[in-house]
Design a protein around this ligand. Structure first.
Ligand code: GDP
Length: 398
């Protein structure tokens, strides 16, 4: 039996209803598109307003190994941001400067090492050889007296064993030079004040010997030893001196007391020490103007500076700057300065440029005042405490 469908039973959709449905579907689609576009725009705007952040770390991926720095430890939590770099420098401690003293002396063509080499290379120790040796030592500012002593001892010792034993000759020369440089002298800087007062270090000398530079270097050395320091710029004659000193101080966090240009140096020194007492610092370093030792009024002024300072605190050190390259003239200066203001120590500057270290022996003998420091160059830490043994080792090029 054939199956027949009666088309009349299939309900026909009313075209009007169909049109309404189409309109509804179209409206819904339009609304969806509008909402989608708005949502995207809002997201874009939010992203633009947010401050830019570093890209997030990529998520660990099973297949790709993230690059890591070599480390023995498991990854530590992120380190805190590094502290800002300190504005002050860390000066070099005294210990390592000794080696530099030896290197600098040994590095220059120094006459002592040359004299010794000349002596050792001679086949015969005749009168001419000894004359040459003597002349070299005097040329190196050792002075006639110490040179004669040294040569007499060497001649006596070498007459016994002969110069064939180079090691022995060197040993005799070393022993004699150390004796002349006098290892028994107390060379410590008196940087400890009494009765709760600061130590006061007064630095004097003729112009250009290196006073201001040395005050700056000394400040660094004291800071390296953990001392608190205040600088007094009592060189009011030279326009740039106070600026120069302030710069040295600033580099190691040390303050400088200064006065008006051309002002009274004694008044600046007084102010510096007064402030040092009030602040309870360990050491006040006072720079003074360079003065010619043969100008009586300037030398008197130095006496006045000292007297004025001592109304507040005793001067624990009075250091004379001597330029090692000036030779005998330095000795004359030293004598006059010592008369005006009791010297307690010598700083021998520019030993790097001269290698005429013999002046150490002469000045100590003349004044009975020890060489406490030597200047070895223009670098900020080119100031070394003096030791007789280190000095002689440097002279002999060891
Ligand atoms: P002041 O007039 O005595 O205060 O002398 P300064 O401190 O202004 O120094 C004079 C010059 O000597 C400067 O150019 C310093 O850099 C230089 N000077 C100081 N000490 C030394 C040293 O030990 N070696 C060398 N080569 N130069 C130095």
């Amino acid at each position: 039996m054939a199956i027949t469908y009666d088309v009349a039973v299939v309900p026909l959709i009313d075209p009007a209803l169909l049109a309404v449905l189409a309109v509804v579907v179209l409206a819904a689609a339009t609304l969806a598109v509008v909402l989608f576009v708005r949502a995207r725009r809002v997201r874009e705007l939010q992203t633009r307003r947010r401050p830019s952040l570093p890209a997030p770390a990529p998520a660990p991926d099973a297949g790709v190994e993230a690059p890591t720095l070599p480390t023995a430890e498991p990854a530590a939590p992120a380190a805190p941001a590094p502290a800002p770099a300190p504005t002050t420098e860390r000066p070099e401690a005294a210990g390592t400067r000794m080696a530099r003293l030896r290197r600098r002396l040994a590095g220059s063509a120094n006459p002592f090492a040359k004299a010794l080499a000349g002596l050792l290379s001679s086949d015969r120790l005749d009168a001419d050889t000894w004359d040459d040796f003597e002349a070299t030592l005097i040329g190196a500012d050792l002075g006639v007296g110490p040179t004669t002593e040294l040569v007499t001892t060497l001649r006596r010792e070498l007459a016994i064993d002969g110069v064939a034993d180079a090691g022995k000759a060197r040993e005799v020369l070393r022993t004699e030079l150390v004796r002349l440089a006098d290892p028994t002298l107390d060379r410590a800087l008196n940087a400890t004040g009494a009765d709760g007062l600061p130590a006061v270090v007064l630095v004097v000398g003729v112009n250009g010997t290196g006073k201001t530079t040395t005050v700056g270097k000394l400040a660094r050395l004291l800071v390296a030893e953990g001392k608190t320091v205040l600088l007094g710029a009592a060189d009011t004659f030279r326009a740039a001196a106070a600026d120069q000193l302030t710069t040295w101080g600033d580099r190691v966090g040390v303050r400088t007391v200064r006065g008006p240009e051309g002002g009274d140096p004694a008044s600046v020194a007084f102010d510096a020490v007064t402030q040092g007492v009030a602040e309870g610092v360990d050491v006040v370093l006072v720079d003074t103007a360079g003065r010619l030792h043969n100008k009586a009024n300037l030398m008197d002024e130095l006496g006045k500076i000292r007297r004025v300072i001592e109304k507040k605190a005793p001067v624990t050190e009075c250091l004379l700057l001597l330029d090692a390259t000036t030779g005998q003239n330095g000795l004359v200066q030293a004598r006059v300065f010592d008369e005006v203001t009791d010297l307690t120590g010598i700083v021998l500057s520019k030993l790097d440029g001269s290698a005429k270290g013999g002046i150490v022996v002469q000045v100590q003998r003349e004044l009975g005042v020890p060489v406490k420091f030597v200047g070895l160059g223009e670098g900020v830490d080119d100031l070394a405490p003096f030791t007789a043994e280190g000095f002689v080792a440097g002279l002999l090029g060891e």
